[in-house]
Design a protein around this ligand. Structure first.
Ligand SMILES: Cc1ncc(COP(=O)(O)O)c(C=O)c1O
Length: 381
């Protein structure tokens, strides 16, 4: 029997990977399950993105290996996107690296900076990949609390009192997944100062800035942030291109070249047509964002109704692709979602999968048609 590596014992199969198998079995057995569990956009990418991909296929260079750093045109489009939407100037030559999705960036950044035994500050609740990748590399996740009473922001004073001597990376993600909470620029400044004082690489994972949010922010806008910060961004949610796998990491040239050292040993570039499509997406006008958000706005109204019908409460000021809702006190989040799945064939994500502070909450995705959400409400009533 060939044994897997020890690192396999540090992680479990991703919750959604397991759960979606069960859901698909339910569907195959005739149960009409409505999936409000995952954040995989169901809307179409912009038409000009699809056209660019189609047109690219006949180019003689389209099917060759592509540059490890991505097409210059793509990096330039990413730089213009950051300039236009975040007012952040970045050199397309040295401060931007296209990624095959921002999820892989979490691994590349971690591989570029972590040694076994290093500590990593990870949000609780937060995206499970930060801690999984940390553990796979033999480093140690140190969870920091995010609580509703603190608007889901880290308590910097409290963090500063802890032993930070082994901390190498701190992950943040604002607008926050799963809660939809925001950090303002004053708070970003405090976080950057904290990272500088403690020699920590602060990474803002920022895929949700354009969903139901009028004020997209980048940590890199803070003066001096490039010294200690990186930002991840993604086309998955903003342009409905989750399956295309296009993300980016942005920061100073030293950090970017360290990450490229890892990444160029792991993949051999991104398909040409995908890069051409991504360029078109990044050039979208305000109209794109308006039309995308008008759909999500309508869906969110319905999800709020659904949450209320399930006796859940939520913050109307939260943004992003999800509604994060508090469940009735007498339930654990797992019990609650199982009851909802069994009684109404409605799949929502239990909050505990994002960390212990997610217990008592559930996450509804906006990635379902209004008709499906209306059907879900009807089932409960
Ligand atoms: C907080 C957060 N970061 C990163 C990702 C990964 O996005 P991508 O599709 O760019 O890999 C997700 C996806 O759901 C996410 O929720």
């Amino acid at each position: 029997m060939i044994k897997g590596a020890n690192r396999l014992q540090t992680v479990e199969e991703y919750y959604f990977s397991k759960k979606l198998r069960d859901i698909n079995l339910m569907i195959a057995s005739g149960k009409p399950v409505i999936n409000l569990g995952i954040g995989s956009p169901d809307l179409q990418p912009p038409q000009k993105v699809l056209d660019a991909l189609t047109e690219s296929l006949s180019r003689s260079t389209a099917h060759k290996y592509q540059s490890y750093q991505g097409l210059p045109e793509l990096r330039e489009a990413m730089a213009s996107f950051y300039k236009e939407h975040f007012k952040v100037s970045l050199s397309p030559k040295t401060e931007i690296l296209p990624l095959i999705g921002s999820k892989e960036g979490i691994m590349h950044i971690s591989m570029a900076y972590l040694n076994a035994g290093d500590h990593v500050l990870v949000p609780n609740p937060g995206y499970p990949t930060y801690s999984a990748v940390t553990k796979l590399l033999g480093a140690i996740p140190v969870f920091y609390d995010l609580k509703q009473e603190n608007n889901w922001l880290p308590d910097i004073m409290r963090l500063e009192k802890s032993d930070l001597s082994k901390v190498k990376i701190m992950w943040i993600s604002y607008p926050h997944m799963p809660t939809g909470a925001h950090a303002d620029y004053k708070y970003f400044e405090e976080l950057v100062a904290f990272a500088k004082r403690n020699d920590i690489l602060l990474v803002n994972d920022n895929p949700y800035s354009f969903i139901l949010n009028d004020t997209p922010k980048s940590i890199l806008k803070v003066s001096g942030a490039k010294d200690v910060c990186l930002e991840l961004n993604s086309l998955s949610k903003t342009f409905n291109m989750a399956g295309w796998r296009v993300g980016m990491v942005l920061g100073n040239s030293n950090h970017i070249s360290n990450i490229l050292k890892v990444k160029s040993n792991m993949d051999s570039g991104m398909f040409y047509g995908i890069q051409k499509g991504a360029v078109e997406a990044l050039k979208c006008s305000k109209l794109w964002y308006l039309s995308l958000n008008s759909v999500y706005e309508q869906r969110r109204q319905l999800i709020w109704k659904l949450a209320t019908a399930l006796n859940c409460t939520y913050d109307e000021k939260a943004t992003g692709l999800f509604v994060w809702a508090k469940i009735p006190e007498y339930f654990k989040s797992d019990e609650f979602t199982e009851v909802v799945l069994k009684n109404y064939q409605l799949f929502i994500a239990p909050g505990h999968i994002f960390g212990s502070n997610g217990e008592g909450y559930v996450r509804f995705s906006l990635c379902a048609h209004s008709e499906e959400i209306e059907e879900a409400i009807a089932r409960i009533k």
